[in-house]
Write a protein that binds this ligand. Sequence first.
Ligand code: NAD
Ligand code: ZN
Length: 370
Amino acid sequence: MNALVYHGPGQKAWETVPDPTILEPTDAIVKIDTSTICGSDLHILKGDVPETKPGTILGHEAVGTVVKIGKAVTTIAVGDRVLISCITSCGRCRFCKEAKYGLCSGGGGWIFGHTIDGLQAELARVPFADTSVYPVPDGLTDEQVLFVSDILPTAYEVGVLNGGVEPGDTVAVVGAGPIGLAAIMTAQLHTPGQIIAIDLADARLEKAREFGADVTINNGREDAIAIVMGLTGGLGADVAIEAVGVPDTFELCTALIRPGGRVANVGVHGKCATLHLETLWTRDVTITTGLVDTNTTPKLLKLIESGRLDPSPFATHHFALADTVEAYDVFGAAAETGALKVVLEAHPVGHDDRGATVAPTYAPELVGSR
Ligand code: NAD
Ligand code: ZN
């Protein structure tokens, strides 16, 4: 098969590699129909994630078709269309039993395209298949559910739920990339009073308005704290969601929160941020952190099925899976290309951006189920 292989900082290639095989009885082999690229993949390519070894296939978000299952897999069958979650769950450890799959200590957690081969590939081995994939509801396209692999549950769980968004709340979302925009989208499930989006890029703020922000602030040229105070009677936001991952934006969140408010950090931080306890110690502020657990995946799928949530506007560009390298160029230059999420399709359905019809490069026979 072919796959996108990481070859060390700055190096990647779409190349032929051996087909994955069942290694454990709880594994499944899934033919990838639709995949995408995440900001974390760019972090790996920059060399920020040393535990990802050269030779690893990247990617942790996909929809596919089961082509083979191990002997212990009982809840999915060959031919099933499944959403593969970015988080794998062993289903047995203390954390999985508490639905904290992101903390899985039994061999799961964020492993795809990180510590094991990932999903930007024609085929993938999915460990703990019973507890780590979700059937795609009938009638939904791959693109409608693809972003439930990662950005939707991340923004909803680590941002909106950890932040305890309640009806009427003023929610400030700092960073309007895919994660911040998904927080803006899913915060609306809780009927906030107003959503304020803060970013340095006007193009991202325009997207934020399309995704449901009521007010946008460009903190490169506007005083975000003063504007938020002005909008909240001098108190500050009820909830601040940090969706960037740099010290400035974390500190901004702790400065624009009201007494008794909640700061939900989603951003991945590479540097130390200052916690200003000298001003915060009397303010009853709650600060949460977390890796996504993806325990809201079934709920998000139900909301999409019922038409109450539509993540398809995240799909700004389409490519054939075989053109994944080109897709990285477009995704990596988001400031120029306006890319939010790129959709990589094994069988392009005729709406790829260049109008090209690309033949599938891999068309497996369904293999025997056990
Ligand atoms: P992104 O880089 O696409 O978007 C970040 C946005 O922040 C951009 O629009 C950028 O213009 C804006 N920005 C940068 N500096 C800023 C500043 N000083 N003030 C205001 N805005 C600023 O990233 P993304 O894919 O949306 O992800 C956001 C963060 O969430 C990243 O740190 C990512 O690694 C993290 N993340 C966390 C989890 C988790 O489980 N906790 C999962 C996935 C992603
Ligand atoms: Zn576990």
